[in-house]
Design a protein around this ligand. Structure first.
Ligand code: SF4
Ligand code: SF4
Length: 86
């Protein structure tokens, strides 16, 4: 993987449902700690994959390396995206 991409868990939001640790087949999460999601092999994460994040019921998973889409309402070229200048 040339680009950095791996999940980051917001433990304030996580309800430890285990959906993410069950979903991933790449060994990114430490299954011994499941259902608590603990990322142990971020380098094994598939670039662009949202498999675990899409299943998360509490929106606790974000991704290092993800480029936020620009707001549709933002017509400028600030490059800040959502929550930026507009
Ligand atoms: S994004 Fe995909 S590959 Fe990466 S930890 Fe989640 S399910 Fe696994
Ligand atoms: S899917 Fe979301 S709420 Fe469930 S264990 Fe993973 S991070 Fe926590």
């Amino acid at each position: 993987m040339s680009k950095i991409w791996y999940p980051v868990i917001d433990y304030e939001k996580c309800i430890e449902c285990g959906a993410c640790t069950q979903k991933c087949t790449h060994g990114v999460y430490d299954l011994k700690k499941a259902p608590t999601p603990v990322v142990v092999k971020p380098e094994e994460c598939v670039h662009g994959c949202h498999g675990c994040g899409n299943l998360c019921p509490s929106g606790a998973i974000s991704y290092v390396g993800e480029v936020k889409q620009k707001s549709e309402n933002c017509g400028c070229s600030c490059g800040e995206g959502n929550g930026g200048c507009c």
